[in-house]
Design a protein around this ligand. Structure first.
Ligand SMILES: [Zn+2]
Length: 310
């Protein structure tokens, strides 16, 4: 099955009020479902396995979309499979995050509406306007915008992230990125010898060491000498010096994690842009020599750091 629909997601402060307005508009309430979505680590797009409590059939869903907050078109491929096959998939594929939610589904004309309570994230509204022979993409976008305004959702509440992203990295990074910098930590790290990145990830004191995310092969750590607020480094666990030393899996996850770091920083700080880069070897300006790492530095128009090179 292939579809090209318009989807919007927004945070809602008062889900009961949204429900009341939906019913007032004549929406039909279809029921409430407990869903578990397992997001897998993929090189492009998003791949998730959806299991619904009480259903014997699971869905494997692949979709691609840009992280835009407004109504957007979304291309999805859906494969139905027996739920007992789920375990095998989780064995075979690297799991990125698991999202549990209670979803109430409404229908209103060409639109399916989801009112979601997401474990650890809060309340959200999702609109999915199905396009078809009678409803082109532009018209579907119009339907979505009109319904949002009728439900009292303004543009500031729109969320460009999938729940999987929010659980996997952005949501988690968001909290930690808001924590104040600690001078004591900076001084201590400066005095210690050896490879800083190896020590940080081996010490097992992630909170103290400001490791805000751990993937399968790499991690994100707040930079101890930040060029700018929100500056993080993404590094493989393995002590390797050159990008050419990375395995394919490490390389893939490294860039996936750089993207995740950018999304987290965007949520926390709304920067105007980023500097992203690597310094290889001390002669190039590497502070942590011989342990490859990618700097992700948020930038604001007129910020004080002039940094054409990291
Ligand atoms: Zn190292």
């Amino acid at each position: 099955m292939e579809k090209l629909n318009v989807e919007v997601k927004a945070r809602v402060a008062d889900p009961e009020e949204v429900r009341r307005r939906l019913l007032e508009l004549g929406a039909e309430e279809m029921g409430t479902f407990l869903q578990t979505d397992t997001y897998f680590l993929t090189s492009k797009g998003r791949l998730k396995l959806r299991e619904v409590e009480g259903l014997e059939e699971a869905e494997l869903i692949y979709y691609e979309r840009r992280d835009e907050a407004g109504p957007r078109a979304c291309r999805a491929l859906v494969l139905k499979l027996p739920r007992r096959a789920s375990g095998a998939l989780r064995e075979a594929l690297p799991v990125r995050s698991v999202v549990k939610k209670s979803r109430t589904i409404f229908r209103l004309g060409p639109t399916e509406i989801h009112l979601d309570e997401v474990e650890g994230l809060g309340s959200f509204l999702e609109l999915e306007v199905k396009t078809g022979p009678d409803l082109g993409r532009e018209e579907a976008l119009g339907v979505a915008r009109e319904l949002l305004s009728e439900l009292g959702v303004d543009a500031g509440a729109l969320v460009p992230y999938s729940y999987g992203d929010m659980v996997a990295g952005a949501g988690r990074g968001l909290r930690v990125l808001w924590a104040p910098w600690r001078m004591a930590y900076i001084t201590r790290a400066h005095e210690a010898g050896g490879c800083l990145l190896c020590r940080l990830h081996e010490e097992g004191k992630d909170e103290e060491n400001k490791i805000i995310y751990r993937g399968r092969t790499c991690f994100i750590v707040l930079n101890i000498y930040p060029y700018n607020t929100g500056h993080v480094m993404v590094a493989p666990y393995r002590h390797v010096a050159y990008p050419t030393d990375l395995t394919e899996e490490e390389m893939l996850e490294l860039w996936e994690t750089v993207n995740m770091a950018m999304r987290a920083i965007e949520m926390a700080y709304s920067p105007h842009g980023f500097n992203i880069g690597m310094n290889i070897g001390r002669v190039a300006g590497a502070g942590v020599e011989d342990h490859l790492h990618v700097h992700v530095v948020p930038r604001w128009l007129g910020d004080t750091n002039f940094m054409p090179v990291l």
